[in-house]
Ligand binder design. Structure first.
Ligand code: TLP
Length: 345
C-alpha cells in the first residue's frame, strides 16, 4: 500500500549518499576529541551558524537541555513562550533535571514574544526571586504553524536579554527551514544569540543527531554537561558522517518541502469541514482544524488508506512535509482526504 507519512519530518530516512558516507566514515573516540568526522561536523556547523564552536549531541531535546544547563544555575529562571517545545514537549527537563524555573510569556500567532512582555518578565535583583538567566526563542516556532523569526526581531530580544545580564538561546530545531523561507543566511538569523540548537534528524534527513553552537567557552562548558547527562558518545563519526552530507546537500532543498506544504494547504482549504489559513504557514508544518465530530473515524479511514498524520482526538491536526514526500504524494493526499471527508468517516 502507498504510505504518505505526514506525521513529522522526524520520520525521514537517510539518503543513499548518507548511507555511503556512514559506511566510509573515519572514526575515533569522540570523548577524547579524536573522532575526525565529528570534529569536521562540529567545525562546519559552527561556521555555518557564524559561531566559534559546536558540540554534537543525540537529540534536539538533549541539545536544549544541555544548552539550558550550561546557561543556568539551579534556582535560575528561563523565560520562554507559552508554545515553546521546551515547555510542552521535553518532559519538563529544565526544571526536573536543571532546577531551572520556567516562566512563560504568550507567543503570538507569528511565534513571537512581545518584547515588552519579555522585559516585564525579567526579575528585579531581589533576594526573594529567582534570577533571570536565560530567554529562549524557537525558530521555526513549531506550535505556531512553523512561524519564522527574522533577524531584526531576534536582535531586539537579544538586546533585552543582554541589557539584563541574561543569555539568549534559540531552539532552532528547524532553523534551516526558517533561513530558506526568509531567504536569509542562517548566521544572520542567530547573530545576536548566545546559543543555538538545531536538528539534523528532521528536515535534513539524518538518522540521528543535533548540534549546539556558541562561543568557545560556552561549548567547552556544554561538553561537561553533555557528559553529565550521559550524552558523550564514542566512535560517533558513523552518524556524524550523515550530518556532513546534510549540511552540504539537504538545506537548499527544504524549499521543495515548503512548496509542497503550500500546495497541500491550498488544497485542504477547498475541502468542506477543514479550516485552514494557507497564508499563515510559511514552512513545512501544515496545521488545520477539522470542524467535524467524526474526526476519530476520519482519521482511522485516512490511516487505513495510507495517509498518516493528524490526531483522532483533537480538532487541530498537523501534516508535515519532508524529504520523503513528493508532489505526487501531495496530490494523492488531497484526493484521499477529499474522498474520506465527502463519504464520511
Ligand atoms: N519535535 C517533534 C515532536 O516532539 C513534537 C515534532 O514532531 O515536531 N525543538 C523543536 C522545535 C521540536 O519540534 C522538536 C521535536 C525538538 C526540539 C526535539 O527534538 P528531538 O525529537 O530530537 O528530541
Amino acid at each position: 500500500m502507498r504510505i504518505i507519512d505526514l506525521r513529522s519530518d522526524t520520520v525521514t530516512h537517510p539518503t543513499v549518499e548518507m548511507r555511503k558516507a556512514i559506511a566510509e566514515a573515519e572514526v575515533g573516540d569522540d570523548v577524547f576529541g579524536e573522532d575526525p568526522t565529528v570534529n569536521k561536523l562540529e567545525a562546519m556547523a559552527a561556521e555555518r551558524l557564524g559561531k566559534e564552536a559546536a558540540v554534537y549531541v543525540a537529540s534536539g531535546s538533549m541539545a536544549n537541555l544541555v544548552a539550558g544547563l550550561t546557561h543556568c544555575q539551579r534556582g535560575d529562571e528561563a523565560i520562554m513562550g507559552t508554545e515553546a517545545h521546551i515547555f510542552h514537549n521535553e518532559v519538563g527537563s529544565f526544571s526536573a533535571l536543571g532546577g531551572i524555573n520556567v516562566r512563560t510569556v504568550p507567543n503570538d500567532s507569528e511565534g513571537r514574544l512581545d518584547p515588552n512582555a519579555v522585559e516585564a518578565a525579567i526579575r528585579p535583583d531581589n533576594i526573594h526571586q529567582p534570577r533571570t538567566a536565560l530567554i529562549c526563542l524557537e525558530n521555526t516556532q513549531n506550535r505556531c504553524s512553523g512561524a519564522v523569526l527574522d533577524a531584526e526581531y531576534t536582535e531586539a530580544i537579544g538586546r533585552i536579554a543582554h541589557d539584563n545580564d541574561a543569555a539568549l538561546h534559540i531552539d532552532g530545531a528547524r532553523i534551516f527551514n526558517a533561513a530558506v523561507a526568509l531567504e536569509a543566511p542562517v548566521s544572520e538569523l542567530v547573530k545576536d544569540v548566545d546559543s543555538v540548537t538545531f536538528c539534523l534528524s528532521k528536515g535534513l534527513s539524518c538518522p540521528i543527531g543535533s548540534i549546539i553552537v556558541g562561543s568557545e567557552d560556552y561549548i567547552l562548558e556544554a561538553r561537561r554537561w553533555r557528559k553529565m547527562v550521559g550524552g558523550s558518545m564514542r566512535q560517533v563519526g558513523v552518524i556524524a558522517a550523515a550530518g556532513l552530507v546534510a549540511l552540504d546537500n539537504m538545506v537548499e532543498r527544504l524549499a521543495e518541502d515548503h512548496a509542497n506544504a503550500r500546495k497541500l494547504a491550498h488544497g485542504l482549504a477547498e475541502i468542506p469541514g477543514i479550516s485552514i489559513d494557507p497564508e499563515s504557514l510559511p514552512t513545512n508544518l501544515v496545521f488545520f482544524d477539522v470542524e467535524r465530530e467524526d474526526r476519530a473515524e476520519l482519521h482511522a479511514k485516512l490511516v487505513e488508506r495510507g495517509v498518516k498524520g493528524g490526531s483522532p482526538d483533537q480538532k487541530r491536526w498537523r501534516y508535515v512535509t519532508h524529504y520523503g514526500i513528493t508532489e505526487s504524494d501531495i496530490d494523492y493526499t488531497l484526493e484521499t482526504v477529499r474522498e474520506v471527508f465527502t463519504n464520511g468517516g
